[in-house]
Design a protein around this ligand. Structure first.
Ligand code: C6P
Length: 407
């Protein structure tokens, strides 16, 4: 197994200087850094393989198509889907969830039907459903979050009804780090009514945990490339083939059609039916490399490494009496949110930045969750396997410096 210092050499940006200090990057939940293999694959595509996919008879187009489609195979194996037909490339988690809402939701739900989400969802798993509610008069119901930052499963059981048609929940919370017991939750939902569609937002999960969509039993699973060490602007929607087959396309254009005339247009087969227009070819190729990188390191190794960092950071932060940690679930991924006395999170973020420490300060696109915990914003440190205990110490030093300044 590679040492962490060797692993860090795979990520050129980790040597960057920020405010005359070596970057301490603790904002991995916002986006992860990219290993050289990903950067090189994207470069190589543009330098040597650039061509459009699925269109050309010429060799370069066939090469680009083969590279693009090989990522679909990599993703299929990575999340253990049954078929590459079930892997749709999107711009990211946000687009994947919008696709589900606009294609499945708009076609198969009726006025009065209900969709269940939770209080901890990211805005991208709230707003697409609210838009749908405005379009077809369906209702949104919300599962509460406990004081420790876990989903209240009793609340879920109370909310399930004959009207429930979709439940859409995050696998791992970007703000609290809570790992939701998704498999158990899906069991509860499907035991209640196997026809309820379960959509999982895996934006913060696939980079930390082994995900097997068949074992989970979900109907849809979404994630973003840039949070799993791949490029921005590319993501995945997994959907069960029988559902995707009966769903209408949500965008029209090139590639998603079988034939077009002014009298009648017929649509392409899966997965192309949902990929209108020239896709993010370089992004998809980069995503394939990113997943290979993660698989080479191994998710067991990644989990162990990040758990050590989480425990260390938790211990160190708990020793500072002015720190209040928000979200203390039993199962957590490597994300810690906290507030520092009454100092605004943005001030903490600015002072940490002066020491080269990058964290996120704000509501993390989870405003209803901020309201639940009665805070306007939090400071969030989120770790990746390439972070070190020394970097956690830099964070702690920055917090102490902030406390000094605001004394
Ligand atoms: N969370 C964060 O700093 P996109 O932007 O489509 O790649 O991902 C959206 C998204 C959806 N669900 C969850 C759980 C997420 O964490 C995110 C993105 C970033 O927490 C940016 S707000």
């Amino acid at each position: 197994m590679k040492s962490i210092s060797k692993i860090r050499e795979d990520f050129p940006i980790l040597k960057a200087q920020v405010n005359d200090k070596t970057l301490v990057y603790l904002d991995n939940a916002a986006t992860t850094q990219k290993p050289k293999t990903v950067i090189e694959a994207i470069n190589n595509y543009y330098q040597n393989q650039n061509s459009n996919v699925h269109r050309g008879v010429h060799s370069l187009s066939q090469l680009a198509t083969q590279k693009y489609e090989s990522t679909r195979e990599i993703v299929k194996n990575f999340i253990v889907a049954k078929s590459t037909d079930e892997i749709i490339f999107t711009r990211g988690t946000t687009e994947s969830i919008n696709l589900i809402a606009q294609s499945y939701g708009r076609s198969f739900l009726n006025a009065g039907d209900e969709i269940i989400i939770s209080q901890m969802e990211h805005h991208s798993n709230i707003v697409p459903w609210q838009i749908l509610c405005g379009q077809i008069s369906v209702k949104l119901k919300v599962i509460d979050v406990t004081d420790s930052g876990e989903l209240n499963l009793k609340s879920l059981e109370k909310l399930l009804s004959d009207k429930t048609k979709i439940v859409s929940l995050m696998h791992v919370s970007n703000t609290l780090g809570t790992i939701n017991p998704i498999k158990e939750i899906i069991k509860i939902i499907k035991n209640f009514n196997k026809d309820i569609i379960v959509s999982i937002d895996g934006a913060q999960a696939v980079q930390h945990l082994k995900v097997n969509v068949l074992d989970l039993g979900c109907d849809f699973y979404s994630f973003s490339g840039h949070k799993i060490y791949g490029p921005t602007g590319v993501g995945v929607l997994y959907g069960k083939r029988e559902l995707l087959n009966k769903m209408p396309p949500w965008q029209g254009g090139g590639d998603m059609i079988a034939s077009v005339s002014f009298d009648k247009t017929t649509y392409n087969i899966l997965p192309y039916k949902f990929e209108a227009g020239t896709p993010n070819i370089a992004g998809v190729i980069g995503l394939g490399e990113a997943i290979k990188y993660v698989q080479n390191l191994g998710l067991d190794f990644i989990y162990e490494q990040e758990k050590k960092l989480l425990d260390y950071a938790f211990r160190k932060l708990s020793q500072i009496k002015e720190v209040k940690i928000i979200g203390q679930a039993k199962e957590k991924s490597a994300v810690i949110s906290f507030i520092l006395k009454d100092i605004h999170a943005h001030d903490v973020g600015t002072i940490l930045d002066q020491s080269g420490v990058a964290i996120r300060a704000g509501h993390h696109c989870t405003q209803p969750l901020m309201e639940r915990f009665n805070v306007p914003a939090t400071v969030r440190a989120s770790f990746a396997f390439y972070n070190t205990e020394e970097e956690v110490d830099n964070l702690i030093d920055g917090i102490k410096k902030t406390l000094e300044i605001f004394k």
